[in-house]
Design a protein around this ligand. Structure first.
Ligand SMILES: Nc1ncnc2c1ncn2[C@@H]1O[C@H](COP(=O)(O)OP(=O)(O)OP(=O)(O)O)[C@@H](O)[C@H]1O
Ligand SMILES: [Mg+2]
Length: 316
């Protein structure tokens, strides 16, 4: 069963004060997210990511199209109990401490009073908030508030979580911790849907991604499949290649760089590398590494988003 499905979901906002007119922030978004996946929802600023998440959370309502979470239409109360949500730039009533705030949320979810303290302590541990959990949120840094937001999204031990820009405001260590937390969630069978424009996070975490730009889906699929369409060639590091073999090997390479004494970095065009490897080892070289030069998610993203911008500009 799919965890999240959207079917041609569109949203128009009314913009302009005197003569409001519709502005289409999301066009016919159709997505399918498998159970237990970490799904990355990627796009530049203003692409419609938060709009899509807000539609799924019923904070705004679609102009057309529909969606289902855990097989049920949006609004199903039994499903809502099984969902967690981190809004973009969360802000909370800041006279409370993280502990008090989360105890309140635990109450909203109907967690029995006797279990609340333990549940709150466990989610705060998971997001890495220490003794400061007893201080008022007023004194928190942006990264700490973000962690409280993530803890809030996990208080009901959800089966599906929606994180809108979970890495926002976090330093590199914080990002690594939250990355680990998402992997732990997946290991427990939780489906994680998160939006981001930090592509390295998506590359490290997601099995599936969708890229949106200007409200439209521009690509969707497995990260490995999206990128393998465009294998650029091979990079081989080889030690001890004798000078006599260099002209023959070098003639086949696109580039040949002497890294340091006795070690060369060679770049070859795409194709089967077995023959090149044989050529170098027979000449007396020792292969240190061989890897495919692939387009990064970043390069793919920039290319697709730029193409979408050109198409958008060509439309009436
Ligand atoms: N309440 C609103 N009223 C009018 N326009 C809106 C509203 N909310 C969003 N928009 C517009 O809809 C488009 C999509 O916005 P959205 O917030 O979904 O983008 P996003 O992908 O989340 O961007 P970001 O990466 O900056 O968070 C933008 O052009 C935005 O200006
Ligand atoms: Mg957003």
């Amino acid at each position: 069963m799919l965890a999240i499905e959207t079917d041609a979901l569109s949203k128009d906002y009314l913009v302009g004060f005197w003569r409001p007119r519709p502005y289409r922030a999301l066009h016919d978004l159709t997505l399918a997210v498998e159970h237990g996946d970490i799904f990355g929802f990627l796009g530049p600023n203003g692409a419609g990511k938060s709009t899509a998440i807000k539609l799924l959370m019923q904070l705004v309502f679609p102009t057309s199209g529909q969606a289902r979470i855990l097989g049920q239409p949006l609004g199903d109360l039994a499903v809502k109990r099984r969902i967690g949500f981190l809004p973009e730039n969360p802000s909370f009533y800041d006279y409370l401490s993280a502990e008090e705030l989360l105890t309140y949320f635990a109450g909203l979810f109907g967690i029995p009073a006797a279990e609340r303290a333990a549940r709150v302590a466990s989610v705060l541990d998971r997001v890495g908030l220490g003794a400061e959990r007893r201080s008022r949120l007023r004194s928190y840094s942006k990264g700490m508030v973000q962690r409280v937001g993530i803890a809030q999204a996990l208080i009901n031990e959800p089966d599906v979580v929606f994180f809108d820009e979970p890495m926002s405001g976090l330093d590199p260590i914080g990002r690594r911790e939250i990355r680990q937390l998402m992997l732990d969630l997946r290991a427990r069978g939780t489906t994680v849907f998160f939006s981001s424009h930090i592509l390295s996070d998506a590359e490290a975490l997601c099995s599936q991604v969708a890229i949106v730009a200007q409200g439209r889906l521009v690509a969707t699929g497995k990260v490995s499949e999206l990128l393998s369409e465009d294998q650029h060639g091979w990079e081989v590091v080889v030690d001890g290649l004798p000078a006599t073999a260099l002209p023959q090997v070098g003639a086949r390479a696109r580039a040949c760089t002497l890294v340091h004494d006795g070690r060369h970095l060679l770049e070859f065009a795409p194709g089967d590398p077995a023959e090149l490897v044989r050529l170098m080892t027979e000449a007396g070289g020792r292969i240190v590494s061989l890897h495919a030069q692939r387009e990064t998610l970043e390069a793919f993203f920039v290319r697709r988003v730029a193409a979408a911008a050109v198409r958008g500009a060509a439309e009436p």
